[in-house]
Design a protein. Structure first.
Length: 269
């Protein structure tokens, strides 16, 4: 049974705590939750997920894995205390956006570090997480972290850490793109006279069904599009407007902008 400490118990930190417990990768007695304040500590105690500490102290040495799930802007303030508490046996797993492996190693004085990029569907066990490691992380430690991250969905190891910027743009920010698309369709349905509940049901079920069809069909995406787009029909009429408005190019450019911003954040800009 692993000993795990989670520093930063917001949505993502608590997602990991619950997932690790659900899959019996850690017990309540071997899970340490480090709160950001005394008040937050009382809240965590009420959740009864594990032991609770209101600061980083010697109790951290009992853990084998330390998960950093604080906001990136809060990292610099806690780094000195964490550096003092870390031991050579610790595996540090960071899910902080924009904090590079090199920055983590330097700030913590610790070599065994893994950087991961999850997304919000991880809260339902349906997320996807890409991760990269320093050279100091061995195969046993990689498998251990992979097992932990798999509790929240699918995982992917990247050899090149710089590709995490692209991951951030696609899967990290990706849920918001889909939410905007769904929101726009629902609002359009309402403007066409449908009740909100009817428009929402039609759009959400269409999206769900389309995902499963795409996921299970051997046909390419272009073929699936063509199957719905008959010549002179309604879908073709919509696609003409999409093309005239440069929708594919706009979407492409938006994702590239997200990637570039992720790269800037990684450089502290």
């Amino acid at each position: 049974m692993l000993n795990i400490a989670i520093i930063g118990c917001g949505n993502m930190g608590l997602t990991y705590a619950r997932s690790f417990l659900q899959y019996n990768l850690v017990s309540h007695d071997h899970l340490l939750l480090v709160a950001r304040s005394e008040a937050h500590g009382q809240h965590l105690k009420a959740l009864n997920l594990g032991k609770v500490a209101s600061r980083i102290d010697d109790r951290l040495s009992e853990s084998g894995v330390v998960v950093l799930a604080v906001k990136p802007q809060d990292f610099a303030a806690l780094a000195p205390a964490l550096q003092e508490a870390l031991k050579p046996h610790h595996v540090v797993l960071s899910v902080m956006a924009g904090i590079t492996l090199a920055t983590l190693q330097e700030a913590l004085g610790h070599e065994v570090v893994i950087r991961a990029m999850p997304n919000t569907p991880s809260q339902l066990g349906m997320g996807v997480t890409a991760f990269a490691t320093t050279e100091a992380v061995n195969i046993h430690q990689i498998r251990m972290i992979d097992n932990l991250l798999n509790t929240t969905g699918r995982t992917l190891q990247l050899e090149d850490e710089h590709l995490l910027d692209a991951v951030t743009a696609l899967s990290g920010s990706g849920p918001a793109y889909f939410f905007l698309f769904v929101k726009t369709l629902i609002e359009t349905g309402r403007q066409m006279g449908l009740e909100d509940s009817v428009a929402a049901m039609l759009v959400k079920q269409t999206m769900l069904g389309s995902f499963h069809l795409m996921n299970q069909s051997p046909r390419a995406l272009d073929d699936l599009i063509a199957a719905v787009t008959s010549k002179g029909g309604t879908t073709e009429a919509a696609f003409k407007v999409f093309k005239a408005g440069h929708l594919p190019e706009t979407l492409h450019n938006g994702v590239i902008a997200a990637r570039d911003r992720a790269a800037e954040l990684s450089k502290g800009k």
